[in-house]
Ligand binder design. Structure first.
Ligand SMILES: [Zn+2]
Length: 330
């Protein structure tokens, strides 16, 4: 990774000598900026908290870390559960931003264009009840309709882009993708199986995953864009976030990251750089890399988006111990 950064910087300086007008002549900013975004809320009970407890804990972690405001991409079907709407209102009242993550959380590639757009509209209407709204829509599963790589997929992807533009909704792209949901699912299963959970190790794997992923996409951005866009971190409104956001923010800052307002992030020019490729599942920088022919595994793979690699890290860190004695007796 270090080699790739050095190479990119060297190339930038070389280009700069020959073409003073080009963007490449500008030195790459030394400031690394990132914004935090949380999808899928309001979610139900998790391995540690009820939904209500999670909201209170996450609000308090974000305040303690002085990391806000952050953006919540709300799945509005969750508003139907007890306290769901109150919890989103509480995030907004705490100063966080509220954006659209659909009503039913379906995959665009498995839905008709018409149904998909109706679902976006339904969510948008339901979100009108909240303050601190932003006109941003994030595709569930980062599926923009093009998963099958054929002409029909391109047509659907473009129709969805047109629909967003028509509604003046910005695509709430991500640039740093992680499988925090997988760690959360492993945690939930361990609790169901009565296993002991080493919270310190769990925090370490979660935090390392995000910090490593941020470094990966930072290096990739320098390779692909020859600059540092404001990074958009995809996380979920889960018990990991409610438990370890303070740890995460401390670790990001220790690596030189500045946590910025989501408005700053989505004002970055990358917001308007719509990739040609149908490959959207790893976020915008990966897609722009693919557009430039950078599709090798080394460029696009990262342990933060690999379930076996995450499983191995969890194993090595000894996150889950054997069932407690009481469970064994039971
Ligand atoms: Zn989602």
């Amino acid at each position: 990774m270090l080699f790739r950064i050095s190479l990119a910087i060297a190339l930038t300086f070389l280009c700069g000598c020959s073409n003073a007008e080009s963007d490449a002549s500008l030195p790459i900013s030394s400031t690394k900026m990132i914004t935090l975004t949380y999808d899928d809320g309001p979610l139900g009970s998790g391995p540690r908290y009820s939904g209500r407890e999670r909201t209170d804990a996450l609000i308090s972690q974000l305040a303690e870390a002085k990391a806000g405001p952050v953006a919540f991409y709300v799945t509005t079907r969750g508003l139907d559960q007890a306290d769901g709407a109150n919890r989103i209102a509480d995030y907004a009242a705490a100063g966080h931003l509220i954006a659209n993550h659909s009503d039913q959380h379906v995959r665009a590639s498995l839905s008709s264009t018409e149904d998909y757009i109706s679902d976006i509209d339904r969510a948008e209407t339901r979100l009108n009840a909240f303050v601190n709204r932003r006109p941003w829509f994030r595709f569930p599963y980062l599926d923009e309709g093009g998963s099958f790589s054929d002409a029909q997929s391109v047509e659907k992807r473009d129709a969805l882009r047109d629909a967003l533009e028509h509604r003046r909704l910005l695509s709430g792209y991500v640039t740093v993708d992680t499988y925090d949901w997988h760690i959360d699912a492993l945690w939930a299963k361990a609790v169901r199986d009565g296993k002991q959970v080493n919270m310190e190790s769990l925090s370490r794997v979660y935090v390392d995953m995000v910090v490593d992923a941020a470094a990966h996409y930072d290096a990739l951005a320098i390779d692909v864009l020859e600059r540092r866009p404001v990074q958009v971190l995809l996380l979920h409104e889960n018990d990991l976030a409610a438990s370890f956001t303070t740890d995460l923010v401390v670790a990001l800052r220790a690596e030189g990251w500045v946590i910025v307002h989501p408005d700053t992030a989505f004002a970055d020019p990358i917001a308007l750089e719509l990739p040609e490729t149908l490959f959207s599942g790893m976020g915008r920088i990966s897609a722009l890399a693919a557009d430039r022919g950078m599709t090798d595994r080394e460029t696009l793979d990262h342990w933060s988006v690999s379930q076996p690699a995450i499983d191995e890290r969890m194993q090595i860190a000894g996150v889950f111990g054997p069932p407690t004695e009481r469970e064994l007796i039971d």
